[in-house]
Structure formats: C-alpha cells, structure tokens
Unconditional design. Structure first.
Length: 365
C-alpha cells in the first residue's frame, strides 16, 4: 500500500537489539514504499535512524510541552537539550533513572570533529556450529512375506522382541515342507507379527522387523551452509527424550530436496540395546571449521542505507567506516561475529551520528 500514514507508539519496547534493528528495517521499507511513518520513541537507535526528529520538552509532564527541536535528525547535534545530550553521549541514564554527566563523551571544544567512544578488539579463535532439527531413522525396516499360502500354525517371536537372523517367524500349514517356515532375513526388533490361526496368502506380510543398531540421525542443511559440512565432522545430538550423544557425520547428500532446498545429512550412532527409538526428534550441532571472530555487544549494531547489518569502525586515517558483519552466535555474553579485520577499533558510542569517510576523534576505553 502507498500514501498511508502509520503512527506507532514505542514499538521497540521489550525487543532484543537484533529484533529492534529488524523493526527499523521494516519501518524503512514502509517509508520507501511511499508511506509516512510517525514513531513516538525513546530508543536511541530508532531516533538515530529517523529522517526527521521532533523533540518535545525541555522536561517531562508539566515541565515539557514545547518543541525543543524540529528538523533533520543529524542537525539536533547543533543544539543543547536533554535528548541531544543523550544521543551524543554527553549524558547517560543512571540506574536511578536520572541523567549523569559522562566526562569521557564531552567533545573537545577546540575541534569541530565529532567525538566517539571506541574499543580496540582482537579476534579470537571461535568454534562455530550448524544447529539443525533432526530425527532418528532405523537403518533397516522390512516386511517379511509368506512365499506360499497357508494357515499360521506357529509363531516364533512376539511383538517388541529382539530376534536373531534366521529365526523362524511363523510356520504355515502347507504340504511343501521346505516352504512352511518364514525366517528373519536379519537381526532386529519385531514391530508386528501375525497371530496363529490366521490364513496368509502368498506375498502377504508375516512380520515387520526393524533394525535399530546402528541408528541414523537425519537432518536437512540449508543450501547456504552446505559447503561448510563434510563427512567425519563431529556431531552432538540432544534427543527429545533428554539423551545426549555424540557421533560423526557419515553422509552428505550431493543434491538438494526440490521442496525444501536443503541437503540431507546423516550421522550413524551405535545403539546396541535399541535404547534410541526410531522416529524421535532431536537437535544436532555439526562442528564446522574454527574461525577468527569478535565478541561484541548487540547495542552497537546498526543498519546502513541498504539495510545491511553491521558496525562502524575507525580506520588508520581516523575515518569512520561501516562494515557488514555475519552473526555466528547470539550468546548471553554477547554476539560472536565475523566479516571484520582481526584487529579493529570499533565505535561503541556515537556510531549512529557519523558517516563513512568522516574524520572523528576517538576516546578509547
């Protein structure tokens, strides 16, 4: 739809920083379609990504109600207000909810260059995993059929029992003695078996046998990850039953499913007592090659004009530069990311107010 006015009241409340960036991307898409989007917000990143900013104040409640600023977002740095000081890190909000001065962020009076806070980051060796939904699958399942017609006069196993290869499953009352016994073609568990007294026609099923040792874990690898996996990589499995097992990748498909565009992979697991059942759901983690990665806070992420996710760094010429990143893992300690140099000075405050190629003054912590 076009020419629609959207008004949103604090849509960022409760969102993780990554989800907040997705929200900003969606709002920009609405704008680019020819709509107007008005957002009432206190979130720094949303304010920084806006095209036009209206600051109401100077205080809250009875102390506010006046238009302190109305114009392009970047121009708010030219005035002094609570919002401007907050956006430019001249003040920060303490745990008590009051603003406190941040001396590190005071701009240098003698310079017109913008002041940013940075941290020097050195990449660490990181072990990434491809995490997938999987299910267990028996190696063999067969319907053992009668080779002739006759009445079942005896069965040699019961449902659920483990039987060895060549065990007599059922005997049929026929004249041809060499064809009266139906035997198991391999060792396994009896899933189904006929009852004595039933009459079987030639080709009807006498018993169903399932082999559970070894058992396979089957999953689908997305096409964008398929070049990262290969046979013999370590696989860690968490079954829905609570069991945790380890194995190796034993099969990688050479063709994608036309329906899901994923490549089947399998890991064979020893299962001598048949404890792991057929058809269980699981989560598997495939250990892929180690990489050099940085651990960063999600709060420093931003979107460029093309909607790409990244960070802003300072290069050797003290110039700001946007670098697109790839997120490897979102952990409690922070984000593990790649795509940036092994040693880099990352802007952690003020990154939303500088542009690529802009010279900055750095306050490294």
């Amino acid at each position: 739809m076009q020419d629609v006015l959207y008004i949103l009241d604090e849509p960022s409340i409760g969102l993780h920083q990554i989800d907040n960036l997705k929200l900003i991307k969606s709002l920009k898409k609405l704008r680019d379609l020819g709509n107007t989007v008005i957002v009432v917000e206190h979130d720094r990143e949303i304010m920084l990504q806006s095209d036009h900013l209206i600051d109401l104040g100077p205080g809250a409640g009875e102390k506010g109600g006046e238009i302190v600023f109305n114009g392009k977002t970047n121009n708010i740095k030219k005035i002094s207000s609570i919002t401007s000081d907050y956006l430019f890190n001249k003040q920060e909000i303490s745990r008590s909810g009051f603003f406190k001065n941040n001396d590190l962020q005071e701009p240098i009076p003698s310079s017109d260059l913008f002041n940013v806070q940075t941290v020097f980051s050195v990449a660490e060796e990181y072990q990434p995993y491809i995490k997938l939904k999987a299910s267990t699958k028996s190696e063999k399942r067969i319907n053992v059929k009668a080779k002739t017609s006759g009445e079942v006069v005896m069965i040699g196993a019961v449902q659920g029992e483990f039987i060895e290869k060549d065990t007599v499953l059922c005997s049929l009352g026929v004249v041809e003695l060499n064809r009266t016994e139906v035997k198991a073609p391999f060792s396994g568990f009896i899933e189904e078996i006929v009852k004595p007294g039933n009459f079987l026609e030639r080709g009807q099923v006498c018993s169903t046998i399932i082999q559970l040792d070894p058992i396979s874990l089957v999953a689908g690898v997305p096409e964008y990850d398929i070049n990262k996996v290969r046979i013999n990589q370590n696989v860690y499995v968490d079954l829905v039953t609570g069991q945790a097992i380890e194995g190796k990748l034993t099969f990688v498909s050479k063709s994608a499913s036309p329906d899901t565009r994923t490549f089947n992979v399998e890991s064979q697991i020893n299962n001598p007592n048949g404890i792991i059942k057929d058809g269980l759901t699981a989560e598997i983690s495939i250990e892929i090659d180690k990489v050099k990665a940085h651990k960063i806070s999600p709060s420093i992420l931003l979107l460029n004009d093309e909607g790409k996710l990244g960070i802003r760094v300072v290069n050797l010429g003290n110039l700001a530069q946007f670098i697109e990143i790839e997120i490897l893992e979102d952990s409690e300690e922070g984000l593990w990311v790649t795509g940036i140099p092994e040693e880099v000075e990352i802007i952690i405050q003020g990154q939303g107010f500088v542009e690529d190629g802009q010279e900055v003054i750095t306050n490294r912590i």
